[in-house]
Design a protein around this ligand. Sequence first.
Ligand code: ADP
Ligand code: MG
Length: 336
Amino acid sequence: MVRFISALILVSLSFNMFAAETVMRTLKLMGSRYEISVVAANQAEGDRYIDLAVAEISRIEKSISSWDVASQTSEVNRNAGIAPVKVDPELFQLIERALQISKITDGAFDISYAAMDRIWTFDGSLQEMPEEEIIRQSVAKVGYENIVLNRAEQTVFLKLPGMKIGFGAIGKGYSADRAKALLMEKGVVAGMINASGDLNCWGQRPDGTPWLVGITNPMNKNRVFAWFPIENSAVVTSGDYEKFVLLKGKRYAHIIDPRTGYPASGLVSVSIFAPKAELADALATSVFVMGIEAGINLVNQLAGIECILVDDQGKVYYSKNIKKNEQEMEIAARQK
Ligand code: ADP
Ligand code: MG
């Protein structure tokens, strides 16, 4: 009898193990398409976890959105050239980290690029090249050196009137990291947060295989050109195939070189592999601005970071360790 009961328990235990499933939800957050997947015992449990992630991402959006007039970020922007604004430690620290990335990228990454966002619009309304003089005047308001942080007071001050900050190139990655950390803390064994191509994952799929990330072929966005198995890490792709503007036959990305005020061109896709999505997000944007050589050089100097770039001729470039693993990855790609 005892034997029979323990056999039953064993059966139900293994049934439970097999019952793990991936629950996925797609929704719009931060103006982008998010896909949240969690491995859970059943749909209802998975949905509860996903609700937690959604609440966390919405909370972050409330603080960093520069569209939302009620956000702390908007308050900082309204007070440009006027007064320092006290912000939450979370926002303060995000800005601190953003400034560090500006330093290591020689200003290719700069959250104060946002002073340009009235000039360069990527919603189809821009028909001709903005005038040089207008670009010159706006780019004068761009410069991370003029973002003044006071740690003791927890204040942010934008020195010049007309300055503005925006988290378009780091916020999605940050939110993916936060959502992942929260779900791990709640005991979710595996999952993936995909914020429009900025993704972070942990654990493995229910069948024990790693999550696979497809890098879209920028020349044909319905095609994936490589699949990578990823474990407990982040991959972020910045591409110009969704947001760009064509002026006199030249294609400009929605990423601005903060030093010139003109959009970056030359690359069409940058994928960064890193332990955290926030850094990967910021670096993807930076490498877009820095270009192939300087971009790969920077990535090769950073431990644990790799990249794949595609230029506007369709040529693919890799950082040094990916090159080494290329064959392995191609095998993984074939197995998909
Ligand atoms: P995506 O939105 O496609 O994921 P990115 O992560 O590269 O692409 O972010 C691009 C966004 O970042 C732009 O839409 C803009 O809001 C902002 N941005 C543009 N240029 C810069 C820059 N040089 N530094 C920081 N942020 C930028
Ligand atoms: Mg980015």
